[in-house]
Design a protein around this ligand. Sequence first.
Ligand SMILES: [Zn+2]
Length: 81
Amino acid sequence: MRKDCKKYFKRISEYLDGELDDRTCKEIEEHLQDCPECLECINSLKKSIRLCKEAGNEEMPADTRERLRSTLRDCFNHKSK
Ligand SMILES: [Zn+2]
């Protein structure tokens, strides 16, 4: 994991939840543009979220959210090895 990635890690789950302000979203998106590892990770998470919504869940169940967060964590931990 790059040093930069660590900085963004905590915010990415908020980013995926759509809880961040525009400025912070933009910072993350800029990071994604030059970090293929984070981008790949986020794309797979986004896909899970989309599948969940398509399945008819307006609100993501708490356990799904928790699973996404641990996927995110694993993803970053793996990159750091
Ligand atoms: Zn990164």
